[in-house]
Design a protein. Structure first.
Length: 282
C-alpha cells in the first residue's frame, strides 16, 4: 500500500497478554471472550504492531513495540512471545537496518509502544535507532515523567528517558502535520496527550489508532479499557473519530489486534461495528 510518497509496511514485533477484564472494562466476560478468549490466568493475546513508512529520503517507524531485555518475571506476567517475530527481524524482512531509520513517531510512552525505542548496551540503555529523531507530544512526555499512581506501571523510564538525555527526542506541542501525508491527532482518554497518526493522500486515509481502539473488538462505543485515565473522554473521542471514519471511508489500523490488521467501519441502529476486515494493507 502506498500513501502519497510513502510505502506502508506492517511490522509485527510479537505478542503479549493482558487481563481480559482490564482490556474490556465494564463489558462482561461472556461477551468479550467470544472474540478474545482468555487463558487460565484470564489474559487475552494481543499483537504488538508497528508501522514502517518508506519514501525516497525517509524511513519512519511508528511506535517501537515492547523491545527486548525484559527480565523473566516481566516476560512471565505479560506472556511476552517474540520467538517468531520481533522488531529487528521484522525490519530485516523489509531490508531495513536500524541505523537507516530516520524518524520514530511515538503515539505515547507506555512500555508496549516505546519499549523498542532503547536497547541495552554495556549495561546502559541507549537509543535503538542511532540516526533517528524520535517524536512525541511534549505534554505527554511531561506526564510520563511524573505519572499518577494509576498508570505509573505503564511508564518504564529506561525505555524513553535516554532519548531525552541523548538529545534525540523532538517534543511536539499540540496537533500538527509532520508533512503532507502525516498528521498528528491528539486524544486524552487513554492517557494524556496521546497522538494518533493519520496518513492520507487524495485516494486513501488510514488512522493508526494507538490505544483509542486497540483491537477490532473495541470498535463498539462501550468497549473501553479499564486502563484508561479518562474513560468518559475515551467514549467521546471514539464517537468523534468513528463518525469521521464512516463518513470519509477511513481504514483504521489496530495496533494490538492479534489477527485483524485494519478495518473499515459502519454505523447501524445499534452503533458502530466493523464493516470490512483486512489482514494486510494491500
Amino acid at each position: 500500500m502506498k500513501i502519497g510518497k510513502y510505502n506502508l509496511h506492517l511490522v509485527s514485533t510479537g505478542t503479549f497478554g493482558l487481563d481480559g477484564g482490564a482490556m474490556f472494562g465494564i463489558i462482561p466476560k461472556p461477551l468479550w471472550e467470544k472474540t478474545n478468549p482468555a487463558d487460565e490466568k484470564n489474559r487475552i493475546q494481543l499483537g504488538v504492531r508497528c508501522l514502517l513508512l518508506e519514501s525516497g529520503s525517509k524511513k519512519i517507524l511508528i511506535d517501537t513495540g515492547m523491545g527486548t531485555n525484559w527480565n523473566e518475571k516481566f516476560v512471565s506476567i505479560y506472556k511476552v512471545d517474540q520467538q517468531s517475530n520481533n522488531l529487528f527481524n521484522s525490519l530485516e524482512n523489509f531490508g531495513v537496518k536500524p541505523e537507516e531509520i530516520t524518524d520514530v513517531i511515538l503515539t505515547h510512552l507506555h512500555f508496549d509502544h516505546t519499549g523498542g525505542s532503547t536497547k541495552l548496551e554495556n549495561d546502559k540503555f541507549i537509543p535503538t535507532f542511532s540516526n533517528a529523531t524520535y517524536h512525541t507530544q511534549k505534554k505527554h512526555f511531561d506526564w510520563a515523567v511524573n505519572p499518577s499512581d494509576k498508570d505509573r506501571g505503564s511508564f518504564i523510564k529506561e525505555r524513553f528517558l535516554p532519548l531525552y538525555d541523548e538529545g534525540v527526542l523532538n517534543l511536539i506541542d499540540g496537533e500538527s502535520h509532520f508533512d503532507d501525508e502525516i498528521e498528528f491527532i491528539l486524544i486524552n482518554g487513554h492517557t494524556f496527550f496521546q497522538q494518533m497518526i493519520k496518513l492520507s493522500d487524495s485516494s486513501n486515509t488510514f488512522l493508526f489508532c494507538g490505544d483509542l481502539i486497540p483491537t477490532a473488538s473495541h470498535v463498539p462505543i462501550p468497549y473501553v479499557m479499564g486502563y484508561d485515565i479518562q474513560p468518559l473522554v475515551t467514549i467521546e473521542e471514539k464517537k468523534k473519530y468513528l463518525t469521521q471514519a464512516v463518513d470519509e471511508n477511513w481504514k483504521l489500523i489496530f495496533e494490538h489486534d492479534p489477527i485483524t490488521v485494519a478495518a473499515t467501519i459502519a454505523k447501524t441502529d445499534k452503533g458502530f461495528k466493523v464493516k470490512e476486515r483486512f489482514d494486510n494493507l494491500i
